[in-house]
Design a protein around this ligand. Structure first.
Ligand SMILES: [Zn+2]
Length: 104
């Protein structure tokens, strides 16, 4: 798997929206999100995704709780109210892009 996603800077906003979309359905953790994004054609390494999740938490879009299972701990992320607002706004903006031809 390549270390960096092609067109990373351009697409990283879409990746964050995708994370919000899933975190609105159920709590998500890093490896699950990496696999899910890969299914959609986004190849992200843990070194890219984990800092992205942390930043989204710091920015107030996600909340995080750690679940321990024996010696292993896993961080689960859930969408916040601010995240839901951002996601709803982004869906409106994306609709404006969708289906646009050359003259709009
Ligand atoms: Zn998905």
């Amino acid at each position: 798997m390549p270390e960096r996603m092609e067109h990373h800077d351009l697409l990283s906003g879409l990746v964050r929206l995708h994370i919000l979309h899933h975190a609105a359905q159920h709590p998500v953790y890093g490896q699950w999100m990496i696999d899910e994004l890969a299914r959609h054609g986004y190849r992200l390494s843990p070194g890219t995704l984990y800092p992205m999740l942390s930043k989204m938490e710091r920015d107030g879009y996600l909340t995080c709780r750690t679940e321990r299972d024996g010696r292993t701990a896993r961080k689960f992320y859930t969408i916040t109210e601010k995240g839901r607002e951002g996601l709803a706004l982004a869906r409106v903006r994306l609709r404006e892009l969708k289906g646009k031809g050359n003259n709009e």
